[in-house]
Structure formats: structure tokens, C-alpha cells
Design a protein around this ligand. Structure first.
Ligand SMILES: Nc1ncnc2c1ncn2[C@@H]1O[C@H](COP(=O)(O)OP(=O)(O)OP(=O)(O)O)[C@@H](O)[C@H]1O
Length: 264
């Protein structure tokens, strides 16, 4: 392969290519535009937070970014590659992985085997999701390390995943996602429904995980966003209202109005 002297993420012209880019994306439901002609660039920052009032289009955007929705109009580029027509599992194989859908946990499998399965799936290129347990042995060390990383103690790892308390289930979901070796990790309301202690643990974990990968978080809890996000993207009515550091965004009168209404 010829060496063109080009770094990953750098275009031929020397300008830095966004890791992820939306170009004029519209996502409609029965004629209603939940996302309307939205263009966004995600550079290589560690943590982006997506916020906005109810109905702003956060979940829809999240579903587009993770390949769960395919927009009718516009394009989604990952490292310059057009992802628009790909499916969610192809996104995951390329390195865009979403977490915090407890539905992806197999409740009857042990906590450890859930993570082993994820590591296995990645190692096999996503082709043998329901493999026999005996070839899991090779993947136990990595699975153990991932469970260490998300703070699930050894005493819980042999238990059926379905028996874990809520906060631990979400940590397990994160370990499962990390087994896919994401370049971009998408977190959908990572602290929803958590106790204060779990919120604090999850916030620390997001910061720790962001050292090695980009994280995009959709979150209602602005305290969490303030703590973890390097840049905030504010949506309103399916469009970009503004973006920037939390300290600046929270003082923006348009953002205050969007959240609280004109009277405030
Ligand atoms: N599957 C769907 N079918 C019809 N309308 C939808 C669908 N999904 C979202 N919408 C509409 O699109 C708009 C944006 O919804 P979305 O869930 O993306 O907003 P959100 O910012 O995540 O809101 P919330 O903060 O309330 O979760 C809303 O008006 C919603 O009713």
C-alpha cells in the first residue's frame, strides 16, 4: 500500500477531517421533521453532550448517529466514509457503538458470559453472535479487564445478569459496549433512573473512558453534562440552536428561553 504521508483524520489538503459529520440530515416521521436539515461536525474531542428541551430531536439524532434510523435526506460520514445506508450492526463493526439499552443484556447468561460474548462477537467480526460457550475461554481475560474497568466486582460476575441491580446492569451494558472496541461510544441518558451514588460513579466512569475514545452523551441531567462534556450541542425543534462550552451555553439567552420559555 502506498504511503501517502497522511494521518488518520487528515484530508489530502492537510485540513483535519471531522471524525463524524452530519451533512444536511433530515429525519421525518409521517411528514413531521424531527431532525430538519441538520449539519454537525464532531472533531476529536473526548466528550460531546447533546441537550435540548423535550421534543428537540435528541433521541432521533442519537438514533441517526448510531445507525438505528436511516435518514431519507442528507449524509452521515465517519472518518470521511459515507455511513448513511449502513445498518446499526455495521456501524458497530466500524467502531460506532451505542450503549445503555439494557435490552442488549442476556439476562439468563452470567455477567461474565455477557461480556465474553461481546468480545467474542467483535473478534469474529460480528458473525457468530450465538457462539458455543467453550470458545469463550480465550476472551475471559479481556472480559475480566472490562468488568474491572466498569467496577463490577468478581463476586457478581458468575451471577445471572438479570439478577443485577439497575445501576450494575447499566455498568454491564457499558462493559458489553466496550467489548466492541468503539472509536465512538454513544451513551443514551447514561444516568437515567440511577441513585445519586450510581450517577456519581457513572460520571467518573465516562470521564475515564473518554481518555481512549470519543463519547457522545444524550442526557437530561444537566449536572452530569456540566461535569463530563467538553462541548455541548444544543438542539431545538430538530435544528442546532448553539454549541460550545457548558459555561457559555448555559448563559446563552436563546438556551435559557428554549428551556424555560420566553417569560424567563
Ligand atoms: N417514531 C416517531 N414517530 C413519530 N414522531 C416521532 C417519533 N420519534 C420522535 N418523534 C417526534 O419527533 C420529535 C423529536 O422527538 P425526540 O424523541 O427525538 O426528541 P427528544 O429531544 O429526544 O425529546 P425528549 O427530551 O422528550 O426525549 C418529537 O416531536 C416527537 O414526538
Amino acid at each position: 500500500m502506498p504511503d501517502c504521508g497522511q494521518n488518520i483524520g487528515e484530508s489530502a489538503g492537510g485540513t483535519v477531517m471531522p471524525l463524524l459529520e452530519l451533512q444536511s440530515v433530515t429525519m421525518s416521521f409521517g411528514g413531521f421533521k424531527a431532525i430538519n436539515d441538520l449539519s454537525l461536525k464532531f472533531e476529536r474531542k473526548p466528550v460531546y453532550g447533546i441537550i435540548g428541551p423535550n421534543g428537540a430531536g435528541k433521541t432521533t439524532l442519537f438514533n441517526v448517529l448510531s445507525g438505528f434510523y436511516r435518514p431519507k435526506r442528507g449524509r452521515l460520514l465517519f472518518n470521511g466514509q459515507d455511513m448513511t445506508r449502513l445498518r446499526a450492526e455495521q456501524f458497530a463493526r466500524q467502531g460506532i457503538v451505542r450503549s445503555f439499552q439494557i435490552t442488549s443484556i442476556f439476562p439468563n447468561l452470567s455477567v461474565m458470559d455477557n461480556v465474553v460474548l461481546s468480545v467474542q462477537r467483535r473478534a469474529d467480526g460480528g458473525t457468530k453472535a450465538f457462539a458455543k460457550i467453550d470458545w469463550h475461554e480465550d476472551h475471559r481475560p479481556e472480559a475480566s479487564a472490562l468488568l474491572d474497568q466498569v467496577g463490577i466486582p468478581s463476586s457478581l460476575r458468575g451471577r445471572p445478569a438479570g439478577d443485577l441491580p439497575y445501576g450494575r446492569k447499566r455498568a454491564l451494558e457499558l462493559a458489553i459496549s466496550l467489548g466492541a472496541h468503539p472509536t465512538i461510544l454513544l451513551l443514551d441518558e447514561p444516568t437515567a433512573g440511577m441513585t445519586t451514588a450510581d450517577v456519581s460513579r457513572t460520571t467518573d466512569l465516562i470521564a475515564q473512558l473518554s481518555v481512549d475514545r470519543m463519547i457522545i452523551v444524550v442526557e437530561h441531567n444537566l449536572g452530569v453534562i456540566a461535569n463530563v462534556a467538553d462541548e455541548i450541542i444544543v438542539l431545538q425543534q430538530g435544528a442546532l440552536l448553539t454549541r460550545g462550552r457548558y459555561a457559555d451555553v448555559r448563559q446563552d439567552p436563546r438556551v435559557i428561553e428554549a428551556y424555560l420559555g420566553k417569560r424567563h
